[in-house]
Design a protein around this ligand. Structure first.
Ligand SMILES: Cc1cc2nc3c(=O)[nH]c(=O)nc-3n(C[C@H](O)[C@H](O)[C@H](O)COP(=O)(O)OP(=O)(O)OC[C@H]3O[C@@H](n4cnc5c(N)ncnc54)[C@H](O)[C@@H]3O)c2cc1C
Ligand code: SF4
Length: 556
């Protein structure tokens, strides 16, 4: 469709993504306008079918962001978080046993008391309702697919994707063109590995002088467990088995609300063995003797996966550029050892909104809001991320046993003295460069799922309620369609088959085992973004499919 045929609308601020970061900005802008007696038009576009549909997190939530944004939330009858952490445990798992680390060994910043266990999807739905009550317009079911630039090269808004294009690229009978949402300022709050954010990082060279961003994949299930297995308020983390000591990652298990248990596994995407499958490591983790009892007689309710940023302090890009800013996990504000980012997402949403409101009051538009960019290091976000900045590099350099120990000592030293003997360690290389050729590794074999405690990918994706209109262009774009079979298969065994947690990628062959072909089952995609990050040839680009497609998580 030609750009001239698109409808265009003007706003003061357009926000891409109704996650905690985007909604915090929307709420804060309206609060600022109310205080100043002005009016600001704010619109949020969200690719999920509703706010919260694509949100997947742990979640143990540090309430500092919510307290700052909505000081009254704890008194609200509809408050989205009700289970306070009452017991906080950390384990090292071996193949047959476990060792509990004494809480007194843990640096104070790792303490979870005062935090809440819940669903970030539920928090986001609550924030969306509060935003709408303040007059924010939220457009769910609309993917932002294109960045609009003005004649000076500044960001001038976004365009939503066309609807009703067939797989062959031709308009169908129900074709509806996308819309241009033009703005004085555009806030990009797409979460980890945002598709438009990726373009902005390159166009404005926002990562210059920073360490490469690091990522993990988090895979999660929600279970309802038997009353005698339920310990409301229990938070349990582990590292070690089933991963070897050179592969980074760990588990989380949270008991909350009405006999609900969240169980999940985060695997650092700098793993080396191309035969590793994050999905199967997670399934295997649940069979550990210290873990499996929790789920006996229970029912698995939901499944999903999402990438998270792990680069932290030294990977945060430049946040502001002409006409726009990055917030939340699009900016990489995740605290990896705490496995928490939602509080910083809200803090950054607030700080971006304050800077943009000041610019609007000054009558400015489409310029660089510098206050936000300079401010984060001396804000709650910087104070949260700085003391943990060496944990991930130490883990990557020294492996689980030594790296986790050194990371703990470093966090203690920084708590007590504010200094680190390591200074600020850099991340060495992007995650897609870490795979070894398949000829140099011992292939990992995984047990078959039992369908009771452990499952296969397809029955799992079913529980994510994922739906995509099938007759649309494939949203996993291959720059060179020959690479999966010609290069990735002989060199790595085509690792996309294994790192995708939704069974999107397959290598199929004729009955005699010859003629391998790469198949993309795009309709299964849960929008985790792992393929865009980990493909060793950087040949796969995730682009937003038709708005409203993807998972429909009720409370993840
Ligand atoms: C497995 C896992 C466990 C975690 N555990 C915790 C925890 O216990 N505690 C904690 O605090 N944090 C945790 N986190 C991190 C936390 O979830 C993130 O820090 C937080 O979600 C970041 O918020 P955000 O608003 O930046 O991005 P997101 O929450 O990712 O939200 C982004 C939103 O933007 C939408 N979007 C993206 N691109 C587009 C587009 N182009 N057009 C339209 N819409 C778009 C998405 O659909 C989504 O709704 C965890 C993360 C994972 C993956
Ligand atoms: S296709 Fe890519 S983004 Fe979609 S679920 Fe698989 S790895 Fe995640």
């Amino acid at each position: 469709m030609s750009e001239q045929n698109r409808e265009s609308m003007e706003f003061d601020v357009v926000i891409v993504g109704a996650g905690p970061a985007g909604l915090a900005s929307a709420i804060r802008l309206k609060q600022c306008a109310l205080e100043a007696g002005s009016d600001i038009s704010v619109v949020v576009v969200e690719k999920g079918s509703e706010a919260g549909a694509h949100i997947l997190s742990g979640a143990v939530i540090d309430p500092s962001g919510l307290d700052r944004l909505l000081p009254d939330w704890r008194e609200d009858a509809d408050r989205p978080l009700t289970t306070e952490v009452s017991d906080d445990r950390f384990y090292f798992l071996g193949p047959a046993g476990s060792i509990r680390l004494p809480n007194m060994l843990m640096p104070p910043l790792m303490n979870n008391h005062g935090n809440f266990i819940g669903s970030l999807g539920t928090v986001v739905r609550y924030l969306a309702a509060r935003a709408e009550a303040l007059g924010v317009e939220i457009y769910p079911g609309f993917s932002a697919t294109e960045i609009l630039y003005d004649e000076t090269g500044a960001v001038a808004g976004i365009a939503t994707g066309d609807m009703g294009i067939g797989r062959d690229g031709e308009p169908k009978a129900d074709f509806t063109p996308g819309m241009e949402l033009r703005a004085k300022y555009t806030i990009f709050s797409e979460g980890a590995r945002g598709s438009l954010t990726k373009q902005l990082l390159a166009r404005f060279d926002l990562t210059e002088g920073r360490s490469p961003q690091k990522f993990g994949i988090g895979i999660k299930e929600l279970w309802q467990v038997k009353p005698d297995r339920f310990r409301k308020g229990l938070v349990q983390h582990s590292f070690g088995w089933p991963l070897d000591i050179k592969t980074g990652g760990g588990s989380f298990l949270y008991h909350f609300d009405d006999h609900l248990v969240t169980v999940g596994f985060v695997l650092h995407l700098d793993y080396r063995n191309p035969t590793l499958s994050p999905f199967d490591e997670f399934q295997r983790f649940k069979t550990h003797p210290a873990i499996r009892d929790t789920f006996e007689g229970g029912k698995r309710l939901a499944y999903g996966a999402r990438a998270l940023t792990e680069g932290g302090w030294q990977s945060v890009p430049k946040l502001a550029f002409p006409g726009g800013v990055l917030t939340g996990c699009a900016a990489g504000f995740m605290n990896v050892p705490r496995i928490k980012g939602s509080h910083n997402a809200i803090h950054s949403g607030i700080q971006a909104a304050d800077a943009i409101h000041a610019a609007l009051i000054d009558g400015r538009a489409n310029d660089t809001v510098a206050g936000y960019d300079d401010g984060w290091k001396n804000s709650p976000i910087g104070r949260d991320l700085k003391p943990v900045r060496n944990v991930k590099p130490l883990w990557s350099r020294f492996g689980t046993m030594v790296g986790v120990g050194l990371g703990g000592i470093d966090m203690w030293l920084q708590t007590l003295t504010g200094l680190s003997p390591f200074g600020t360690l850099k991340h060495k290389k992007p995650d897609y460069q870490s795979l070894k050729p398949i000829s140099e590794v011992t292939p990992i074999r995984y047990p078959k799922p039992d369908g009771i405690l452990t499952f296969d990918r397809l029955s799992s994706v079913f529980l994510s309620n994922t739906y995509h209109e099938e007759d649309q262009p494939v949203h996993l774009r291959l720059a060179d369609p020959s690479i999966p079979i010609a290069k990735n298969l002989p060199l790595y065994g085509e690792p996309a088959r294994l790192f995708c947690p939704a069974g999107v990628y397959e290598v199929v062959r004729d009955e005699d085992g010859n003629n391998p072909r790469f198949v993309i089952n795009a309709q299964n995609c849960v929008h985790c973004k792992t393929c865009d990050i980990k493909d060793p040839a950087q040949n796969i680009t995730w682009v937003p499919p038709e708005g409203g497609g993807g998972p429909n998580y009720p409370n993840m």
